[in-house]
Write a protein that binds this ligand. Structure first.
Ligand code: COA
Length: 224
């Protein structure tokens, strides 16, 4: 929408404040990326709206995905954090995926892959690691294993979800708000709770041809 149309719709004062806050967000995003981040992510036309710190020695690749939303909860006060800690650690976020504000994604010694066209709500957490050993002697020794996390294409994750190490979330699944996911999730199912459990199945796109052709064509337009 053009500036004149926006002023007509929202009034001058609201439009001006909106613009100012957006610029403030862009400045914060620049500071987080250029001055706070030691990792150089591979950003293939990614849209980084939320100020995001990129950390670690590994590889972070974001392909035509979007991190953060304005206006949306947590934009003004929050930030995002992506860390591929070890040299062989990998974070991949595939095209047309949107992650809302306040996310933390850490690949410690293995990988986190997020598929295409996923919609992920605010305050998302995912890690491939417990970061500390379980036995008291190993709490700070670095002697612990990591397991890759994989989130399939077309997954919808509600607000405040945590995805723990080794989990595979199948294509098209829904994860309810506030869930903690500790075991694999079947494709095309709705799941919720702590720990997340299956509530019911969803139709697969081929069961509903109209949905298969129209769904998720434009995640740019999707508001979380
Ligand atoms: C998971 C969700 C999609 C389920 O919706 P639904 O299919 O309409 O499910 P219902 O409301 O009929 O609830 C079914 C059961 O699941 C439970 N349930 C629903 N959402 C839950 C949640 N987030 N956590 C725990 N249990 C949940 C209900 O209590 C109900 O339990 P019961 O059968 O024992 O009574 C929805 O509750 C949800 O969490 N949506 C995500 C919203 C969100 O965060 N969007 C992004 C914001 S930007």
């Amino acid at each position: 929408m053009g500036i004149i149309a926006r002023i007509k719709r929202d009034g001058f004062r609201r439009t001006a404040v909106h613009r100012l806050l957006k610029k403030h967000g862009q400045l914060r995003a620049f500071i987080f990326r250029a001055l706070l981040s030691e990792n150089k992510p591979i950003l293939d036309s990614a849209k980084i709206v939320q100020p995001t710190q990129f950390s670690g020695k590994g590889r972070i690749t974001i392909s035509k995905a979007r991190l953060g939303f304005f206006p949306s909860p947590g934009f003004l006060s929050g930030s995002g954090y992506l860390e591929a800690r070890a040299e062989n650690a990998i974070i991949e976020i595939a095209e047309s995926t949107t992650i809302n504000n306040g996310f933390t994604i850490i690949a410690d010694k293995s990988s986190i892959h997020i598929g295409k066209r996923c919609l992920i709500g605010p305050d998302f957490f995912a890690a491939d690691s417990d970061f500390h050993g379980m036995s008291v002697e190993d709490r700070t020794s670095g002697n612990y294993d990591c397991k890759p996390v994989k989130i399939g294409d077309d997954v919808f994750i509600g607000q405040g979800v945590k995805v723990m190490k080794g989990v595979h979330i199948g294509q098209g699944a829904v994860i309810g708000s506030g869930s903690v996911v500790v075991t694999d999730i079947e494709p095309f199912t709705i799941n919720a709770g702590v720990p997340a459990k299956k509530l019911r199945s969803l139709p697969r796109p081929q069961d509903n041809p109209a949905e298969a052709t129209s769904s998720h064509q434009n995640t740019e337009a999707a508001q979380l």
